[in-house]
Write a protein that binds this ligand. Structure first.
Ligand code: PMP
Length: 421
């Protein structure tokens, strides 16, 4: 059984029980030496690198196990079906869902949120209802709600954040009222690293009868997730952000809600029976998995989940907190650097701007020095507007990063300042 208390970064500070050099050997790409020099990959919020078991699981599937699932009567197809359903059960256990049917395989967090908006949102919302989101949302937790509001006549309400990038809980509570039907909030901001108090948000929303949709794309790579303890109604995951393959993700949905929701897409594999007079839909999760799924992706995601279980998310989080503290103090010491996102509860994401240097120029110079970061609006344009910047540079950490890589980042920023500053 998983612990029922969601672990926050502040609860996992302490000596790190993670051997980073050993962990790094699990990730073949990290030993890559372009131009014979070390390479610091600090763009983990965009996508994480893949450990051998994930690469191996997908390789093995295509070499030895490939068949389409659910409809085959021959042994290979039956085995592929079993493996796919076993992968679902692994994701279920990893996030603390109560049954495998609460896990729907999707392409990623974007599709997960679109599924909820199109199916739950469109059937639930009426003109004058409200959907509450926050200023720090990724576009994928803004645009689907704008679309469904336009279709239904509902209004989108935005909860503000403070200058540190912390959610204004008083303002959020004041916004959530009897007209609120959905509260959609990110667990962790991809720009600020802020960890939002999901359990409290769920309490407030449920008191008003609103459902809570959590964008967990940036939380699952950094924190242990327990949807039962969080109490949320929906939770969206992207495989590629949590050391798994691209093109696969998962939506957790409370079974009693899923059971009542209309399909998101129509097609094969989501039906019980079809005739020209009408169609009977399958139960969840099949109802929401029309078409041939990404079987290899699901197996790769299951391998990622097994890998993370072996590492231990608590150890990974503790190690990342140490690295974040080191990175924050090093960056703070560089004249002209301003960190954006200094909330007390945050994960290893360091967004910053450097005086007189556009983030894109900075990113290019850093690349020349073997440091990969992201520069831009990070699919969070309203958040950029909130901080009055067109873009930021962002170094985002994983448990395979090291202090030496942070030093390489800071040295390269120093070189960029020499050129532009
Ligand atoms: N939400 C957040 C907070 C993200 O950072 C991202 C990816 N940058 C997404 C959602 C969308 O994830 P995906 O592109 O994998 O669907």
């Amino acid at each position: 059984m998983k612990a029922v208390t969601p672990i926050k970064p502040s609860m996992v500070r302490g000596p790190a029980a993670l051997d980073v050099q050993r962990v790094r050997r699990d990730f073949p790409i990290l030993s890559r030496r372009p131009d014979g020099r070390p390479f610091a990959y600090l763009d983990n919020a965009a996508t994480t690198q893949k450990p051998r078991p994930v690469i191996g699981a997908m390789n093995r599937f295509y070499r030895r196990e490939n068949a389409n699932i659910h409809r085959g009567v021959y042994a290979l197809s039956v085995r592929a079906t079993e493996a796919y359903e076993k992968a679902r059960a692994k994701v279920q256990r990893f996030i603390g869902a109560s049954r495998p049917e609460e896990v729907i395989f999707v392409r990623g967090a974007t599709e997960a949120i679109n599924l909820v908006a199109s199916s739950y949102g469109r059937s639930k919302l009426r003109a004058g209802d409200e959907v509450v989101i926050t200023t720090m949302e990724h576009h994928s937790n803004i645009v689907p709600w704008q679309m469904v509001c336009a279709q239904t006549g509902a209004y989108l309400r935005i909860a503000p954040i403070d200058d540190a990038g912390k959610l204004d809980m008083d303002a959020l509570e004041a916004l959530i009222g009897p007209r609120t039907k959905i509260v959609a909030v990110t667990h962790v901001s991809n720009v600020l690293g802020t960890v939002n108090p999901i359990r409290r948000i769920v309490e407030v929303a449920h008191r008003q009868g609103a459902a809570v949709v959590v964008d967990g794309a940036q939380a699952a790579p950094h924190l242990p997730i327990d949807v039962a303890a969080l109490g949320c109604d929906f939770y969206a995951l992207s495989g590629h952000k949590m050391y798994g393959p691209g093109g696969i993700g998962a939506l957790y949905g409370r079974y009693d809600l899923l059971k009542k929701m209309p399909p998101y897409q129509g097609g094969g594999d989501m039906i019980r029976s079809v005739s020209f007079e009408g169609t009977l839909y399958a139960d969840p999760p099949q109802r929401f998995e029309a078409g041939t799924p990404h079987v290899a992706g699901a197996l790769g995601l299951a391998a990622a989940v097994d890998y993370l279980d072996r590492i231990g998310m608590v150890h990974a989080a503790a190690y990342e907190q140490e690295l974040l503290a080191y990175g924050t103090s090093r960056l703070t010491g560089v004249p002209g650097v301003r960190i954006i996102g200094t909330a007390p509860e945050k994960v290893g994401v360091l967004s910053f701007v450097v005086e007189n240097i556009h983030p894109h120029d900075l990113g290019t110079i850093l690349d020349v020095h073997g440091v990969a970061i992201r520069a831009g609006h990070h699919c969070a344009q309203p958040l950029m507007e909130r901080f009055g910047v067109p873009a930021t540079a962002r170094a985002s950490l994983a448990f395979y990063n090291t202090r030496e890589e942070i030093d390489a980042l800071v040295d390269a920023i120093g070189k960029a300042i020499e050129v532009f500053g």
